[in-house]
Design a protein around this ligand. Structure first.
Ligand SMILES: Cc1cc2nc3c(=O)[nH]c(=O)nc-3n(C[C@H](O)[C@H](O)[C@H](O)COP(=O)(O)OP(=O)(O)OC[C@H]3O[C@@H](n4cnc5c(N)ncnc54)[C@H](O)[C@@H]3O)c2cc1C
Length: 474
């Protein structure tokens, strides 16, 4: 979907995370390492500097540390650990089985789309394994997610998509149960459901997960984490490597990983249309003391009669985390598009989750359920809806890209960013792939990451030439 934005200027490239974000439910009880500074001063040098301590940055540090190559790793974070999109998201670990996958198959062939679906499905197993291995207390559940269509025309289209995917004999589709009958309402528990699909997914506290990994990294003498240290510039060092500038001074890196997601163009201006910061809304719903509501065990994606889409996870204490409703604010671009200000809410649609449970869920009518917290977060929306992962594309000598005056040396720099509203089932294994590229010196293709995720000159150039908003699938 391209966005008609004649009024939009090219995104600025000097942005940093604001220092007073809205308070997210996940961070109500800050972890002891939220404000971690391993040492009082920045280390003078490291083998790898990672910019950003969200899911992508911390997962990359974890995989690098576990590779046992004796690399000195420094993570520089503008705010506290897990204060960006990861600490503000919906906690929904839901692989895409057939939502956007048919689009990717149409664009790039069945194999390319299949790679993405399989990569995302693999996250369920990989994340469950690391949580169990490292004994991370992060409210993880492996459950069924329920996709619901209330709109009749959308339910019809979903049926066609399901039938198309089922006809391809894809093994992972065996896990999908689709119902287009009058039973859809009873199977899903959603009022007026015309169709529903269920399949395996996870729910998690993203904040506890990332802080659990941070705790493990903190016990590794080769890892140094520095919060409240925004990186303002990365410059090549004439003697080799890179000088990383922060307001606390400089540090030297042999290799750099850009894991600053929505803000990546602040340091790499060539990405300023490939990855655009876009705000989203999420909320926490509770049932007042003395009232009762059915305990949900499934997670949900609900598409309403007017096609407004929200995602929802139940918490073990009976409360609910629900976010989305993008279509309520989509036309009001100034409120969310190319916007890094998560210190305030998106005004349009912010009331959508009041009485949400009563409106959509059977049995919740008298629950008194109400929003007790609502917050915003900034995602990196990519031009073609796929993340940018891998080594920064190199200068080939034939072209003079204007940004190469800023960082002419692209070797030994890596990016993993632009995860849209869908990083949970993508980032863990993407970070593992980046770690493999660094520790084993392998190319992107050898990591087995989906080919459409590779960051390339072509993708960057397409974004610079293309319509504002590109093919963002929102
Ligand atoms: C409201 C909302 C709901 C969402 N719900 C879901 C969901 O349910 N399921 C799902 O799969 N995905 C969801 N997402 C998307 C998901 O959260 C992201 O894809 C994922 O968290 C991205 O992780 P990240 O580490 O790349 O980015 P982030 O978590 O944003 O981490 C990037 C970090 O870089 C830091 N940084 C930026 N610039 C600099 C700099 N110059 N110097 C130092 N540090 C810097 C930031 O402060 C930040 O901490 C949601 C996102 C939002 C905002």
């Amino acid at each position: 979907m391209s966005i008609n934005t004649t009024s939009i200027s090219i995104p600025t490239t000097d942005y940093l995370p604001v220092d007073n974000p809205t308070a997210s439910f996940w961070q109500e009880k800050p972890h002891q390492f939220h404000d971690l500074r391993t040492t009082l001063e920045l280390p003078p040098s490291s083998d790898v500097v990672i910019i950003g301590a969200g899911y992508a940055g911390i997962a990359t540090a974890y995989h690098l540390a576990k590779a046992e190559k004796n690399l000195r790793i420094t993570v520089l974070e503008a705010r506290g650990v897990c204060s960006g999109a990861t600490g503000r998201n919906g906690g929904h670990l839901r692989p895409d089985m057939y939502g956007h996958i048919p689009t990717y198959m149409e664009r790039a062939g069945v194999e390319a789309g299949l790679e993405i679906a399989q990569f995302e499905v693999a996250h369920l197993d990989a994340i469950k394994k690391v949580i169990e291995k490292e004994k991370i207390d992060c409210d993880f559940t492996l459950t069924r997610t329920v996709d619901v269509w209330i709109n009749e025309a959308a339910a019809k289209r979903a049926t066609e998509t399901y039938n198309l995917m089922a006809s391809r004999n894809l093994e992972y589709m065996d896990d999908v149960f689709f119902s287009r009958s009058e039973d859809a309402e009873n199977i899903s528990g959603i009022k007026g459901a015309k169709a529903c699909a269920t399949y395996t997914a996870g729910t998690i506290s993203p904040y506890k997960f990332i802080l659990g990994l941070t705790e493990i990294l903190n016990s590794d003498p080769l890892v140094n984490i520095q919060t409240y240290t925004p990186v303002t510039k990365v410059s090549p060092d004439p003697k080799g490597g890179f000088i990383i500038s922060t307001h606390r001074g400089t540090t030297h890196a042999k290799q750099v990983v850009y894991a600053n997601n929505a803000y990546v163009a602040g340091l790499l201006p060539e990405y300023n249309k490939a990855i655009v910061p876009c705000k989203g809304t999420c909320s926490h719903i509770t049932v007042p003391v003395g009232k009762r509501a059915p305990q949900l065990t499934n997670s949900y994606i609900i598409r309403e009669e007017d096609s407004t889409l929200s995602y929802l996870i139940p918490r073990i204490d009976g409360s609910i985390v629900v976010g989305g409703a993008n279509s309520k604010y989509k036309p009001f671009l100034d409120q969310w598009y190319n916007n890094v200000d998560d210190s305030n809410l998106i005004e349009m649609g912010k009331d959508h989750f009041d009485t949400y449970m009563q409106r959509f869920f059977h049995g919740w009518e008298d629950s008194g359920a109400r929003v007790d917290k609502i917050w915003s977060g900034v995602m990196g929306y990519s031009f073609d809806s796929n993340p940018h992962i891998g080594a920064l594309p190199k200068k080939d000598g034939s072209e003079k890209w204007w940004w190469q005056r800023i960082v002419p040396e692209k070797d030994n720099q890596f990016v993993l960013a632009g995860f849209n509203g869908h990083g949970m089932p993508v980032i863990w294994l993407a970070a593992k792939g980046i770690s493999k590229m660094i520790t084993e010196g392998v190319d992107f293709e050898e990591t087995k990451m989906p080919r459409l995720f590779k960051t390339t000159r072509e993708r960057i150039e397409n974004s610079l030439k293309g319509p504002e908003g590109g093919d963002i699938l929102v």
